[in-house]
Design a protein around this ligand. Sequence first.
Ligand code: GLC
Length: 552
Amino acid sequence: ACILDAPARRPRGPPPSGSGSDSDPMRGGRAGGGGTLPAPPARCIPAGAADHAPQQRRRAASDLEEEAWALLRESVVSYCGSPVGTIAACDPNDSSPLNYDQVFIRDFVPSGIAFLLKGEYDIVRNFILHTLQLQSWEKTMDCHSPGQGLMPASFKVRVVPLEGDEEGATEEVLDPDFGEAAIGRVAPVDSGLWWIILLRAYGKCSGDLSFHERIDVQTGIKLILKLCLADGFDMFPTLLVTDGSCMMDRRMGIHGHPLEIQSLFYSALLCAREMLTPEDGSADLIRALNNRLMALSFHIREYYWLDKRKLNEIYRYKTEEYSYDAVNKFNIYPDQIPPWLVEWIPPEGGYLIGNLQPAHMDFRFFSLGNLWSIVSSLATTRQSHAILDLVEAKWSDLVAEMPLKICYPALEDQEWKYITGSDPKNTPWSYHNAGSWPTLLWQLTVACIKMNRPEIAARAVEVAERRISTDKWPEYYDTKRGRFIGKQARLFQTWSIAGFLVAKLLLENPEKSRILCNNEDEEFANAFNLMADSCNPNRKRGRKAPKKTYIV
Ligand code: GLC
């Protein structure tokens, strides 16, 4: 039997010493655990006060990174003696960890990237291969089996008695959760998409480019693609999902075609296209993939985009248009434009809305979907800059005292009641309902670096540095300005720690962010311009026609 060496919950000791003076009066203690060893350094740099002490600030920042590394290493989970992932949170005072003691696929992505950037490839490789085995697990919920390519939301290493052994020997097994035990029984649609994105990043960073050519890995990619590209009742190229199928893994009114899933879907399709080895059987799949990419980018760029000009257009929409060339294709009633938006939309800048359905636009700003649309080139270059312009213009709403708001604004009163089902964890300006999530720093950083505007991310990292360690690396923050540690937030949340590390590492080595970015496909860009032109009465003439025909 293998020996389990990490996932057991233990009181947390501080990181190894050597990260500065122990007698520093500004140091924060850490609840629980150890006690005898020095506590990690507290970050206490008030706004504006740090400018006269750049050296001190640099040292403080490197102490912080050292602490983060120590914490990240403590969260590593081993299986049969090898590291396979990181536990979601290691909060020593948490008496009911629920499933935070598991390895979540989406949560591991920033951990994996941090390890890749540090040149530690094994944990990522092991993670990819073990989760791949879980993909083909026999999964059922109430006698129903979901599609074959599904990746679990999370898994746990369990120690079980070795079958047939009378001496009491044990063995380790991986126990996945595909949503059949998760709160709300949510299907983790994003897991497989993140898995493909991480797989590509692994190859690019480690140089192990033949890894994705393994038959089992190729089969894994294809199973995910087949599940996503399967025909359904859909009229839209966007992926149709239930509420809670991504980072917001509980009811938040994002069922349908949420932006986060679409941006990850687009990114995963591009990554998969790069990695699929050409063979006779895959021609149809690649054709379907290309068609979907084209249709998806057109749909999102054209119909999800919102800026002041577009909002004014929606405000003046005619409704009930029955025709192929309707302007208001989705029959949006202008009355649904929320009053906050009329004030909020900046004169410059814009963003992709959260969701689009017949007669429904979710006008909330969702950070992850917008940032990943930049990273994956789902948004055009102009749109990508405009999204970052908006982040800058709305800094006090989106970053404020802790980066970054998961969405803006919060659902309140009756809307909160109906949409969340009166969820007490998702009260206004908390958790998924416009709480602030430090983990989102890493996606912000990749997006800013891609657009050659790293200073925006650097500013946000500085904001986080002021208190994230003193606050014990919370999962999320509450209130409009992210002032309080979240009501039910876990402390020592691994992806808060890893997200911070990835942001720091990428700002030091911006060129490394290419392991995550997708460049605009020129052929698609051409085709897109042509299609956009054909919808525009002042169209420009003479653009090159695409070589292929795409059905949108
Ligand atoms: C919460 C988050 C989810 C995350 C999980 C583990 O449920 O909403 O995105 O994966 O915690 O950290």
